[in-house]
Design a protein around this ligand. Structure first.
Ligand code: MG
Ligand code: ZN
Length: 350
């Protein structure tokens, strides 16, 4: 009896101690090129609804890079992933020409599981900012090689050809020990490997209206299942990559349909935070694309119409939505590098 009682006390202490030490999960969702007008257009086109309405803490981030008021996705991805301003086109390297560790790598050092999902290729600038250090975002094969030696545990995205049909003749997929690669969400879900990559396309994935699979909401749900299989906390980056491409094309329909795909995934992430309160969820953008303005529309069916001032990016600040652990630090106006600092503070939280 005494022994049982002692065991209970010991077990209770162990559980209590564990709960105290449980580091928070971090989910960073980036809508590439998703400024306030893109969100507004997506919201109205979706019957005046967006899952972002469930956030109570909202801030604004300045997106300029170290050499331009108008950033590209490499410099702004690096700002959020590594906490430094750098030159446009550069990934994971500071303006001081030194390699920087990303929040993904730092979380891995703390025993986190890590995941990346993008609706572009997985070697594209935004996801690459979380695991690569290259002077040019166009070095896709170098980025793929760095992915093969990275701290990423799970990924969903396109770009298989950069791994298995390379100019150097190497097939990284055969060299990546301990990895399992799939070409369907079902196989991704079923795999029991500690590291799993799901290639959604050989090259860049198609638009959602052209039948891209998986939908981001299904991809994020599968990631949540994978990342919570073990006791350890996780870092997950989710990118709605093609909202930006709609901006470059000055195509409002493209933006709206890609935003809907992203917003559905935000809904899944919000539900995850409600069920797992020891989580920080951030939704933001790397920059605005197109200089979109909504200049007319139908109030009866909320059909937005508008125009663009450029085929490139703009310097507008972007909104930052935060929910969960550390959310209170995300109000106000700050540099995009502060998003890294705020995540790091949560990562260091006990
Ligand atoms: Mg991107
Ligand atoms: Zn862009």
């Amino acid at each position: 009896m005494r022994l049982h009682l002692l065991s209970l006390v010991f077990l209770g202490g162990l559980l209590f101690g564990k709960a105290q030490e449980n580091s928070p999960n971090i989910i960073l969702m980036i809508g590439d090129g998703t400024g306030l007008a893109q969100i507004t257009a997506g919201m109205y086109a979706n019957g005046n609804k967006t899952h972002l309405e469930s956030f109570e803490v909202i801030g604004l981030a300045k997106t300029h890079s170290s050499n331009s008021l108008v950033t590209d996705s490499a410099a702004s991805g690096t700002a959020m992933a590594c906490g430094v301003k750098t030159y446009n086109g550069v990934i994971g390297i500071g303006a001081d020409n030194k390699n920087k560790a990303s929040i993904l790598t730092l979380s891995k050092k703390k025993g986190y599981k890590t995941g990346l999902i993008a609706t572009s290729s997985i070697v594209h600038a935004t996801p690459a900012s979380f695991y690569a250090n290259v002077v040019s975002r166009r070095q896709y094969e170098d980025i793929a090689f760095q992915m093969s030696n990275s701290d990423v545990d799970f990924f969903i995205g396109g770009g298989k050809k950069h791994f298995d049909r390379r100019k150097d003749g190497r097939n990284l997929l055969k060299e990546m020990e301990g990895w399992k690669f799939t070409t369907s969400l079902n196989a991704f879900n079923k795999s029991t490997s500690a590291k799993v990559g799901y290639f959604t396309n050989d090259d860049e994935p198609v638009r959602i209206v052209e039948g891209r699979t998986p939908e981001l909401k299904d991809g994020i749900s599968s990631m949540f299942n994978k990342l919570t299989e073990k006791e350890s906390p996780f870092f997950l980056m989710v990118e709605g990559s093609q909202i930006d491409w709609g901006g470059h094309a000055n195509d409002l329909r493209y933006i709206i349909t890609e935003y809907k795909d992203f917003d559905d995934a935000i809904g899944k992430a919000v539900a995850f935070v409600k069920e797992n309160p020891n989580t920080l969820l951030i939704v933001t953008a790397d920059h605005e694309t197109g200089g979109l303005g909504i200049s007319s529309g139908n109030i009866k069916n909320f059909n937005p119409k508008g125009g663009f001032v450029t085929g490139g990016h703009t310097a507008s600040m972007v909104p930052v939505f935060a929910m969960g652990v550390g959310e209170e630090t995300f109000g106000g106006i700050y540099e995009n590098t502060a998003i890294f600092d705020k995540m790091l503070a949560v990562l260091s939280k006990k």
